[in-house]
Write a protein that binds this ligand. Structure first.
Ligand SMILES: NC(=O)c1ccc[n+]([C@@H]2O[C@H](COP(=O)([O-])OP(=O)(O)OC[C@H]3O[C@@H](n4cnc5c(N)ncnc54)[C@H](O)[C@@H]3O)[C@@H](O)[C@H]2O)c1
Length: 298
């Protein structure tokens, strides 16, 4: 990798990826429309184009991207509830197809797509491996699934090398404080800082697999550097270890408040054997350590 595009590079995961790539002396072009991303997240050493990748005129842009060898596609409206309320919003799908087309025209070496564990829907068994049945329960999840199939199609028909990473629940530096990906960790962090009781949805016994953003970045970089060819291959990116919401609340400490009810999957835990074996990837960060560091500092 020498020169890359990161779409969504002003967002939570994208900006962390850009920082790491730049640390590794890789030239980075960020494409972001700042819809959920933030200007302050943008690494000043990256080239930044404020643009909507779902709706850009390829021909007027393409000359700017000469010599790009890898595209990391993270741009999306990552909001499940929003997608349910706005099923005709095609941003995520159109962005993906446009960027696949840019990749084809540029003849890039690899296209890495940020997909989601949301494609599995309510798990039939855990841990969830890549062969678990697919059952998207929102337009967001369905667009991710169709996106994966588009990646495979571009590999089969146009010989573009594509890989799809299905992230579980991300946390870490710059995680969003609002939106559907506002995780229970963000919520607890805010409540803990304000000395409020921690708000538990349902009975708190639902289990979640939280993956630190640095580990997601490592998965992206490892997969981008692989010499083996890919044709829409899919990898789960999760720790394989899940905690109940009650356990996470106990890691923060303080009082808990129950009452809010919501329909949500009972347990979501990744089987990560495939990525561990194929990419030699291992999550390095531990949720408990991260929460301890936060509570000690606050
Ligand atoms: N955060 C998670 O837990 C999680 C889990 C699974 C998958 N993902 C996926 O990872 C990716 C990154 O998620 P995130 O949490 O960093 O979200 P984010 O909202 O912080 O980042 C998304 C970025 O994409 C940009 N964007 C959206 N539409 C665009 C468009 N049409 N043109 C240009 N830029 C556009 C936004 O401005 C933002 O900077 C997304 O594809 C998301 O679906 C995230």
């Amino acid at each position: 990798m020498q020169k890359v595009i990161v779409t969504g590079g002003a967002g939570f995961i994208g900006s962390n990826l850009v920082d790491e790539l730049i640390k590794q002396e890789i030239e980075v072009i960020i494409l972001d429309n700042l819809s959920t991303g933030k200007k302050e997240n943008i690494n000043p050493r990256a080239i930044f184009y404020e643009c909507d990748v779902s709706n850009m005129n390829m021909n007027s842009f393409i000359y700017l991207f000469k010599d790009v060898d890898t595209i990391f596609h993270l741009a999306a409206t990552p909001q499940v509830q929003y997608s349910i309320e706005n099923p005709t919003d095609n941003n995520n799908l159109h962005s993906l197809i446009n960027m696949l087309e840019v990749s084809r025209l540029l003849k890039v070496k690899r296209f890495v797509f940020s997909s989601s564990s949301a494609v599995y829907g309510n798990p039939k068994y855990t841990p969830i491996d890549e062969n678990h049945p697919i059952n998207p329960l929102s337009p967001y999840a369905l667009h991710k699934l169709i996106g994966e199939q588009y990646c495979k199609l571009y590999s089969d028909v146009y010989d573009l090398d594509t890989v799809c990473l299905r992230y579980f629940n991300a946390y870490g530096n710059r995680m969003p404080k609002e939106g559907a990906y506002k995780s229970v960790i963000s919520v607890f962090k805010e409540q803990y800082s304000q000395n409020q009781p921690l708000n538990i949805v349902n009975d708190g016994e639902q289990k979640r697999d939280f993956i630190h953003v640095e580990d997601i970045i490592q998965a992206n970089i490892l997969v981008a550097n692989l010499t083996k060819n890919h044709k829409g291959d899919i990898f789960n990116v999760g720790t394989g270890q899940a905690y109940t919401v009650n356990e996470i609340a106990d890691m923060f400490g303080g009082n808990k408040k129950y009452g809010e009810k919501r329909i949500e999957p009972k347990n979501s835990i990744a089987e990560n054997a495939k990525i561990t074996l194929d990419l030699n990837w291992k999550p390095k960060n531990k949720l408990k350590t991260w929460i301890n560091t936060f509570t000690e500092e606050n």
